[in-house]
Write a protein that binds this ligand. Structure first.
Ligand code: NAD
Ligand code: MG
Length: 299
C-alpha cells in the first residue's frame, strides 16, 4: 500500500500513513484536529533534534494543529520555547502544549483573533513577558472557503479570507518586528495554489499569491536588519483545514492528484520550518520552499 523506501518503512513504525480517508466534514472553521479520522501525523518519532534552535523563542500562529503543530513540536525538539497562537481550538492547543512540555521545552498558548491588529500586540506582549524575547515568527494561520464560482464569493467571505490570511500576517509582523534581533527569521506559510491556481479557491489562492509577494518584498526590506524572510508552499496536507472546508466525499481522495498520489502529513513539513528558522539557511532569504508531493510549480 505504501512506497517501500526505507524512509517510509521508518515512518510506518510511528503510525501507518493513509492514502485515502474516510468521508468526513466539520461544519465550523477552523476545524478541530482531535475529531479527525485518522488523526494527522504531527511528529516523526524518529526525528532527533541537534540543538539547531537551542535557546530560541518562536511564535507560531495556527500552532495548535496541523502544519503549525508539527513545526512547534520539531522546534521544541531542536531546543526552542514556543508560543502557539490559535482562534478557539483549546483542546488541540492543550495537546500541543503537553507534547512540547514532555519534550522539555516551554509552551505558551494564546487564543484570539488575528483579524484584529490589537490582538497581535497582545500576543507579542505575552510572549515577551513570559519568555523575554522573540527570535522566530511563523505566520501560518489561515482559512479557506471553497466555492464553485466567483459569483458565490460574498463580500463578507472575501473580507474574511483576506483579513485572516494576509492582514493577519502584516499585523503579526509589525507587532513582532521591534523585538527581532539580527539573525532572526520570519517564515510565512503560502500554498501550492499560489502557483497552480485552484478553481474552487479564488480568494484563498489570491491571498497565498499575496503571501509569496509579501515574503519577497519583506525579505528585501529587512535585509539590512539581518532578518531573513522565507515561505513554505505546502501541497495537500492532512490537517483540520481540509475536513472543515471541503464536502465529505471530496476528502476521500484528498491529495491523490499529486505525483506521489497521496496527501502529505504535517510532520513531513516540519524539517523545512526548522531549516528556515535555523542557521543552516543563513544564506537563504526571499525564497519559497515547495513541499508538495512532487508537483512542479515552475518557481
Ligand atoms: P489548521 O486548521 O491546522 O491551521 C490553521 C490555523 O489557523 C488554525 O489552527 C486556527 O487556529 C488558525 N486561525 C484561523 N483563523 C484564525 C484567526 N482569525 N485568528 C487566529 N488564528 C486563526 O490547518 P493547516 O492546514 O495546518 O493550516 C496551516 C497553514 O497551511 C494555513 O495558512 C493554510 O492555508 C496552509 N496550507 C495548508 C495546506 C493543507 O493542505 N493543509 C496546503 C497549503 C497551505
Ligand atoms: Mg487548529
Amino acid at each position: 500500500m505504501y512506497p517501500q523506501y526505507s524512509y517510509y518503512n521508518k515512518i510506518q513504525k510511528c503510525k501507518e500513513q493513509p492514502i485515502s480517508f474516510p468521508p468526513q466534514h466539520q461544519e465550523r472553521q477552523p476545524g478541530l484536529e482531535y475529531l479527525m479520522d485518522p488523526l494527522p501525523i504531527s511528529e516523526n518519532c524518529e526525528y532527533r533534534g541537534s540543538g539547531k534552535l537551542e535557546g530560541k523563542v518562536a511564535i507560531i500562529t495556527g500552532g495548535d494543529s496541523g502544519i503549525g503543530r508539527a513545526a512547534a513540536i520539531a522546534y521544541a525538539k531542536e531546543g526552542a520555547d514556543v508560543a502557539i497562537v490559535y482562534l478557539y481550538e483549546h483542546r488541540d492547543a492543550r495537546e500541543t502544549q503537553e507534547r512540547i512540555e514532555e519534550i522539555g521545552q516551554r509552551c505558551l498558548t494564546i487564543a484570539g483573533d488575528l483579524r484584529e491588529e490589537a490582538f497581535s500586540y497582545h500576543v507579542v506582549e505575552q510572549t515577551i513577558r513570559i519568555f523575554g524575547k522573540i527570535d522566530v515568527l511563523v505566520n501560518n494561520h489561515g482559512v479557506q472557503f471553497p466555492q464553485c464560482s466567483i459569483m458565490d464569493i460574498t463580500a463578507e467571505q472575501l473580507d474574511d479570507t483576506f483579513r485572516t490570511n494576509i492582514y493577519g500576517f502584516f499585523y503579526m509582523t509589525k507587532a513582532v518586528l521591534p523585538h527581532l534581533p539580527p539573525g532572526s527569521a520570519i517564515i510565512n506559510t503560502a500554498s501550492v495554489t499560489a502557483y497552480e491556481g485552484n478553481k474552487y479557491l479564488l480568494d484563498y489562492s489570491a491571498t497565498k499569491g499575496a503571501i509569496v509577494s509579501f515574503t519577497r518584498s519583506l525579505s528585501l526590506s529587512l535585509q539590512s536588519c539581518g532578518i531573513r524572510v522565507n515561505a513554505v508552499a505546502p501541497g495537500p496536507i492532512w490537517t483540520p483545514l481540509q475536513p472543515s472546508s471541503w464536502p465529505a466525499d471530496y476528502i476521500m481522495t484528498f491529495g491523490t492528484e499529486t505525483p506521489m498520489k497521496r496527501a502529505g502529513q504535517p510532520f513531513e513539513l516540519a524539517p523545512t520550518y526548522v531549516y528556515l528558522a535555523s542557521q543552516d539557511s543563513y544564506y537563504v532569504s526571499g525564497q519559497v520552499l515547495h513541499v508538495n508531493g512532487g508537483t512542479i510549480t515552475g518557481s
